[in-house]
Design a protein around this ligand. Sequence first.
Ligand SMILES: *[C@@H]1O[C@H](CO)[C@@H](O)[C@H](O)[C@H]1NC(C)=O
Ligand SMILES: *[C@@H]1O[C@H](CO)[C@@H](O)[C@H](O)[C@H]1NC(C)=O
Ligand SMILES: *[C@@H]1O[C@H](CO)[C@@H](O)[C@H](O)[C@H]1NC(C)=O
Ligand SMILES: *[C@@H]1O[C@H](CO)[C@@H](O)[C@H](O)[C@H]1NC(C)=O
Ligand SMILES: *[C@@H]1O[C@H](CO)[C@@H](O)[C@H](O)[C@H]1NC(C)=O
Length: 599
Amino acid sequence: MRRNHLLAAISLGWLFAAAVNAACNPQNVTYSNEMLPNGTYMPWSLIGLVNSVPGSKQYITIVNLTPHRFILQNTHSYQMDVFDWGDIPQGHARQNTVVYTNKPGKTAVDDGGEAYYAIDGTDKTFFVRATTHIPDSHPARTVIDLTGMGQGQREYLDPAAQSPVTLVITGSDSYGFITSIKYGAGNWMKSIYEVIKDRQIQHVVMPGTHDAGMSTISGQILSGGISENTQTQGLNIYNQLRAGSRYFDLRVGSVHSITDTSDYSFWTLHVNDETAEVAVGNSGESLDDIISEINQFTAENPGEVIFFHVRYLIGIREVPSLGPIYWTTSIVNDFFGKLKGVNNRCGNLDTSTTFNQKPASYFMDQNGGNGCVVFLLAGDLQPTVPQDSVADGIYQANRLSIADDWSDLGDTQPMAEDQASDWKQVIRGGSSDTFHISQWLVSADIVTTTLLTIEGIGILPTNPALYWMGVNNMTPQSWPTVILTDYIGVVVKGQHNWEQLSADIYTLAIGLNLYMVSENCDVSTISSPLLANANTKLKMATLSKPWNGIHFANGTIVNDPPRHLHPGRVEILRKGTRFLNGTVLEEDIINPDFNSTAV
Ligand SMILES: *[C@@H]1O[C@H](CO)[C@@H](O)[C@H](O)[C@H]1NC(C)=O
Ligand SMILES: *[C@@H]1O[C@H](CO)[C@@H](O)[C@H](O)[C@H]1NC(C)=O
Ligand SMILES: *[C@@H]1O[C@H](CO)[C@@H](O)[C@H](O)[C@H]1NC(C)=O
Ligand SMILES: *[C@@H]1O[C@H](CO)[C@@H](O)[C@H](O)[C@H]1NC(C)=O
Ligand SMILES: *[C@@H]1O[C@H](CO)[C@@H](O)[C@H](O)[C@H]1NC(C)=O
């Protein structure tokens, strides 16, 4: 009896504490209004060039989506012409610069340096090292050493001259830190359910993938599109989902036999104009493969909200000719029959208001908490055929009211400026609020695209600019709902295996939800989960897991390395080594930090 009273008292006390801390309070905002130096865009002229070290300029972008300032404590560098690092205030990013020396008589093998950061108000630190690995096709490397925050180490290949390596850090000392050197749970939305459940789905930031079916060139149509100018992704739909994508630009068509048009199958396509007399492009994954990949993902990672915005919905002949084949009711029903093979569809959702304003939990709670795979059709269906099958979870696209922002510009900088200026127009919680899709991608002409490749343009100058230019143009008031890119997860050309990817956009999206949106009390009514005395319920099921391993550039992952192993850290600080305070060593000394885990 007394025990029960005690328990009741404890839980009452807990409830009271939770209630006190529950509300979002503008006074608790930690976002800094400090301006950071502008970064520099990688010139496209460097996209196709071979990497070489002497004279090479490299960038390392650090993104801070935590309530703590990142303070630069010290640097040391040897034979670096530029070694420019600085503090990163809360909610901002800094593009740091290193230039490997071009001076005669220097051996590039010895070039290197290290930047030491402390996370303000905590006992956590992290280091970043610029190193060389010669000879190699990627001679410049960046080692991100998060040992001092219990999050391991990762050695990155610098993708190209002036193409940044990115580090995104979110979470907080009380919540636990989540970083981009490693993917966490596949069901990232479910993992932050308590934080996002009451937000409108248009207030949940999510990665998206442009022309998502085109991770392969399957040659179902004979029409000239090659990987360089037609392939837009390096990962199939299953791995795009694991890499965080929740909004898919999927273009599905039927490919018909030339001799018998009633003989057809469904494929994803990327063509210049699907209604043209002769469509130019190629096919990607088959619809059947995509369906089994979605099912594999949702079986392994229940609880997510996944939108497929499906375009085309039209037929093309194997040898594109004689114009399109508009779908008959029979083809539409065949297509719907395929989609019914997708598990966790959400039939009969309430359409009295548009989906974008419904809370995330409305979708996440469906199918017994297994979440929702929502099909939104936006193709070329003629008015005489079925447009949807609401009972089966197949809707017309306008059920989700979107602002689909495509710049249609041919270079990274104008695209980035256009995108940022557009998402700043959206007043979150105001009348212009919307499910805003930022298409963070460039539309170059066909000759340039074929020469530099969609992959090269995407992963070298364009995607990395999101993390300094894009982030520094976001605030708790301004952010896109979907960030749609080419080649999600891929950071080095041609490296598409899971252990070669980087969790940059995955961590960015989680961080924008946990940190940026949580500091906007107009759209998030509860306190930020990252604050020290936030409701403990918000911190449950965190995505942060301690790890002390090393992920090497060749993809090898060692989970229990010797404690003193820090790739790229030098044992001897050589004569000529320069520190942050300007001191230059006049003789070699043993690096006092060589064997330490924290400074
Ligand atoms: C940074 O770039 C923006 C355009 O994106 C420009 O308006 C601003 O003046 C620049 N700031 C500095 C300090 O150069
Ligand atoms: C917000 O700030 C108030 C003081 O202004 C403080 O009492 C409260 O604990 C803070 N809430 C959180 C979640 O940190
Ligand atoms: C990858 O690199 C690490 C560190 O240099 C090395 O120990 C390991 O053997 C390499 N693995 C492969 C498969 O080459
Ligand atoms: C400059 O920094 C180095 C390395 O941290 C330190 O050993 C040295 O004492 C500092 N010099 C001055 C003048 O503060
Ligand atoms: C680092 O630790 C290793 C292993 O304990 C030791 O052999 C080495 O001398 C140490 N180096 C320095 C610079 O302290």
